[in-house]
Design a protein around this ligand. Structure first.
Ligand SMILES: [Zn+2]
Length: 283
């Protein structure tokens, strides 16, 4: 989504609220303005709207004013939002896209780099193998639930470097440029840069660093849970029926792993186990 500049009128002057730290001219950015704004209905509405733009899931009306003050005030104190004296612009609202890393950037752009849960998005090499294997499983009455297929390579890049910047593994200005991606990691000081990167780490719900390349990124891996009841009688790639009993879990059953291998869909075997993960080469 596009973020918007918001104009408010306060104390006889017009102010433009922006989430771009570069937009710092002839103005101030401190929580003092918020105290002014508290007595002003229009200003409060503008702040509430800005808050809404930064948290697209939030609804406009039910946010209590003191919550808006708290949230916007927090952003002001980190220099992430500036309030700018602005006599030149009318009260139009111009489209504005966040360019600096952080939660505003994430909300505006992450949707462009989605991961897939569709078998259709697998590589030309791996897709037909998975289709044949899954078809055989479903024909035999197994329950197949696909959790992940192809991972977006730019998303992986963002996750990788957000983690590194946030944890001090790389200086923000050393993050390489990447085609198809516009983001500024360096906020001018290391503390702000790390904090912004950490916001993205949290929004990505990361528990450890993301790899820049993997079978998922190449479309050569699938995470799926496979379960069944009783004895599964499934055809292997040669058309021979194989009886598969307990454990009734595709991640653990080595007989089923052999059936998958006949379709060239190989189970990743490692310790600790990664139960749902199958790939074109077992990696
Ligand atoms: Zn996987």
């Amino acid at each position: 989504m596009l973020h918007q500049r918001v104009h408010i009128r306060l104390g006889g002057r017009r102010w433009r609220l922006s989430a771009n730290p570069e937009d710092r001219f002839d103005g101030f950015h401190d929580a003092g303005l918020l105290e002014l704004a508290m007595g002003d209905q229009t200003a409060m509405e503008a702040l509430r709207r800005l808050h809404h733009d930064h948290h697209p899931g939030a609804t406009m009306a039910p946010i209590p004013d003191d919550e808006v003050i708290r949230q916007v005030g927090g952003l002001l104190q980190t220099g992430r939002i500036c309030m700018i004296a602005d006599g030149q612009f009318d009260s139009y609202v111009a489209p504005f896209e966040p360019r600096y890393s952080g939660s505003a950037w994430w909300h505006a752009h992450e949707g462009k780099y989605p991961n897939s849960t569709s078998i259709d998005d697998l590589s030309d090499l791996f897709r037909p193998r998975v289709r044949a294997f899954v078809d055989a499983l479903e024909e035999a009455g197994a329950m197949v639930q696909v959790e992940a297929t192809r991972r977006d390579k730019i998303r992986a890049f963002l996750m990788h470097y957000a983690w590194l910047v946030a944890h001090g593994g790389i200086l923000p200005k050393k993050v390489p440029k990447r085609d198809g991606l516009s983001i500024i990691w360096d906020h001018g000081n290391l503390k702000a840069s790390k904090k912004a990167a950490m916001e993205m780490v949290k929004l990505f719900e990361m528990a450890h660093i993301a790899a820049l390349s993997s079978n998922h990124i190449a479309g050569n891996a699938i995470d799926m849970s496979i379960t069944w009841s009783g004895t599964l009688e499934v055809k292997n790639a040669k058309g021979k029926v194989v009886k598969v009993k307990a454990p009734r879990n595709g991640g653990k059953n080595t007989t089923l792993h052999a059936v998958g291998a006949s379709y060239k869909v190989y189970k990743l075997v490692k310790d600790p186990p990664d139960d749902p993960h199958w790939s074109h080469n077992g990696g």
